[in-house]
Design a protein around this ligand. Structure first.
Ligand code: F6R
Length: 608
């Protein structure tokens, strides 16, 4: 969802802006642009399509200047084309803006401005901002921005520059993230930390209803009404390499390979000889004992992690867990109160529906714990408690390492609750903790053993347009995530079914050669799954099984077997998904798809 970058300092701005925009590519975009002020004019360069097009334009035009703003656009108002790409300017060309989000009353404002004589070039809602700044400006950009904010409605962030005050950038946030990066004699601003990480790790995170006035030597934070805001500087502990590909062809492959290390980081300091130790959560024992129900609310892959979480929490803690898609939860008047604990799960911490669900839950009196990756994200700041995923920046649109960390968060949170509510004996707890400690090394082994064979048979996936994923229990939840991974990046239509449900309709779609990926990692229901695999085999499906090491029986029913090391039945999900991530990756790559930035998708979904 659109990305903003701004720079004000003493270095050439164009290079910094394009480089910063590259780090925001993961958010999804269809056009891009920059404006650089050369001391006399703002030179605007815009392109449609990939950032390489913008980089070529910059190479040819060599814009010179030490202040500028940049943007990647993901079309909402008006098709992706040059005229609609940002930055946008006013009638005089003296005000330039880039904007994320939506100005809901833009049509009405546009008509008014046209009546007043303003000339519009694009179909975007953004252009009204530039004309409003032109209209309201009386020598102070901050005041013009404040008047503009008072006139518009919506969920947005925007960054403005005017040639009248070339040593100043002004930005405002209302529901769309903005981060200020603090330098020495230079300042940065962006939609997300990776865009500025190369230059500084000292940041201010803006809250809704706040704005920032940047000059080379000062950063003034204030509310949109002009009241000064005091904020602690946040020091980000990600290093710039974490946001680079480190020799991998795609970010997704790098992030799949990073999982063992990311999970070790996740676990650091959170397990000890007594069990799980979650210092960052400050629940009282009484509080944790009083909850009679848990809701998990999230979107997409994060929602799938919640489906696994339900099995794990219900088994280990014996509390009923409901899992809801955030966009459904918020509109269905959910039955929650003070005795309900709500867990929201979000890699980005900015997903609009998940954020709205969090607010809905708090509004109904529930306490909210967030499992999120991004420190300082809106969800992290608004939740009552936060368990960070600590996986570093996830750049590929398809989530991999954040998903396995979400699963790990559910495992250890369930153990933590089980410990406190005494639903888990010390022996079981010790067994679970030792199983968890082995997981990172087990993932390493899966990647080493399975990547090559998966590469080989993914070739066959290039011919198919449909695939089915089946499993029971936790395996069913993993099947849903495996199916989403395959469809979102390879564009193969994929469905996940509870294996026992196939014969109630879906079996009609299974014909000779149909690819079926069958998960058979649950010992307690193994025979049942085997029967379901036989059902598809009898229709001559092409079966790939994910099974536990040592399972020779499965070879009789499957064309390929991807083995995972044995672990506790509740924890197989985190191992089983690895091969499915690799399968999706290689199927996508071999089909020639854009692995890291699949069509129509964005990394951070900040609109409803
Ligand atoms: C799929 C994927 C999405 C996200 C969803 C929620 O690979 O990444 O389904 O999981 O958009 O995003 P977050 O976790 O940032 O709230």
């Amino acid at each position: 969802m659109c990305g903003i970058v701004g720079y004000l300092g003493n270095q050439e701005a164009a290079e910094i802006l394009v480089d910063g925009l590259k780090k925001l590519e993961y958010r999804g975009y269809d056009s891009a642009g920059i404006a650089v002020y050369d001391g006399e004019n703002s030179k605007i360069l815009r392109s449609v399509g990939k950032l390489s097009e913008l980089a070529k334009l910059v190479d040819t035009n060599q814009p010179v200047g030490v202040v500028g703003i940049g943007h990647t656009r993901w079309a909402t108002h008006g098709k992706p084309c040059l005229d609609n790409a940002h930055p946008h300017s006013d009638c005089t060309g003296k005000f330039v803006v880039v904007h994320n989000g939506i100005i809901e009353n833009y049509l009405h404002l546009r008509e008014e401005l046209i009546e007043e004589g303003h000339k519009f070039i694009s179909e975007t809602d953004t252009e009204v901002l530039a004309h409003l700044l032109e209209k309201f400006y009386d020598g102070d950009l901050v005041k013009a921005v404040q008047k503009t904010v008072a006139t518009i409605k919506g969920a947005y962030a925007f960054l403005a520059f005017t040639e009248h005050e070339p040593d100043r950038l002004v930005a405002v946030r209302e529901d769309s993230p903005l981060v200020v990066g603090l330098g020495e004699g230079e300042q940065f601003i962006a939609s997300d930390i990776p865009a500025i990480l190369k230059h500084t790790n000292r940041v201010y995170i803006l809250n809704d209803g706040e704005m920032v006035d940047l000059s080379r030597d000062a950063v003034k934070l204030m509310t949109v009404k002009g009241e000064p805001v005091k904020r602690e500087i946040l020091t980000v502990d990600w290093n710039p390499e974490m946001a680079e590909k480190s020799g991998f062809e795609h970010f997704m492959l790098k992030e799949i390979h990073e999982q063992p290390e990311a999970l070790r980081r996740f676990l650091t300091g959170r397990l000890n000889e007594k069990g799980v130790h979650l210092e960052e959560l400050n629940f009282t024992v009484e509080e944790l004992r009083k909850y009679s129900k848990i809701f998990v609310v999230a979107c997409g892959t994060a929602y799938h992690s919640g489906l696994v979480g339900k099995y794990v929490i219900e088994q280990l803690v014996r509390i009923p867990v409901e899992v809801d898609i955030a966009s459904e939860f918020r509109y269905r008047s959910p039955l929650i109160d003070k005795s309900t604990l709500v867990i929201v799960v979000s890699q980005s911490g900015e997903t609009a529906d998940t954020l709205a669900a969090l607010r809905e839950a708090q509004g109904r009196g529930a306490r909210v714990v967030a499992f999120t990756n991004v420190v300082g994200s809106t969800i992290a700041r608004e939740a009552d408690q936060v368990l960070y995923l600590r996986v570093g920046p996830e750049i590929a649109v398809a989530s991999t390492k954040a998903y396995t960390a979400m699963l790990m968060a559910f495992y250890i949170f369930a153990l933590y609750l089980g410990q406190i509510r005494e639903t888990l004996g010390s022996e079981d707890l010790a067994k679970a903790v030792s199983a968890i400690k082995e997981i990172p090394a087990q993932i390493e082994k899966i990647i080493v053993n399975n990547e090559e064979p998966i590469k080989q048979f993914a070739e066959r996936f290039t011919q198919f347009e449909d695939a089915f994923f089946i499993g029971r229990g936790v395996d069913y939840a993993v099947a849903m995530e495996g199916s989403l991974k395959l469809k979102e990046i390879s564009y193969i239509h994929a469905e996940a079914y509870a294996a026992g449900e196939l014969k109630h309709g879906t079996l009609a779609l299974i014909i000779e050669g149909t690819p079926v990926i069958a998960l058979a990692t649950q010992k307690s229901i193994y025979e049942k799954v085997l029967s379901n695999i036989q059902e598809v085999r009898a229709r001559e499906a092409w079966v790939t099984a994910v099974a536990l090491e040592g399972d020779e029986e499965i070879k009789k029913s499957a064309d390929h077997v991807l083995y995972i090391p044995d672990t506790l039945e509740l924890f197989t999900s985190i191992l089983a998904i690895i091969s499915l991530q690799l399968l999706a990756y290689y199927a996508s790559k071999l089909r020639g798809c854009d692995v890291d930035q699949p069509r129509n998708l964005a990394k951070s979904v900040t609109v409803e």
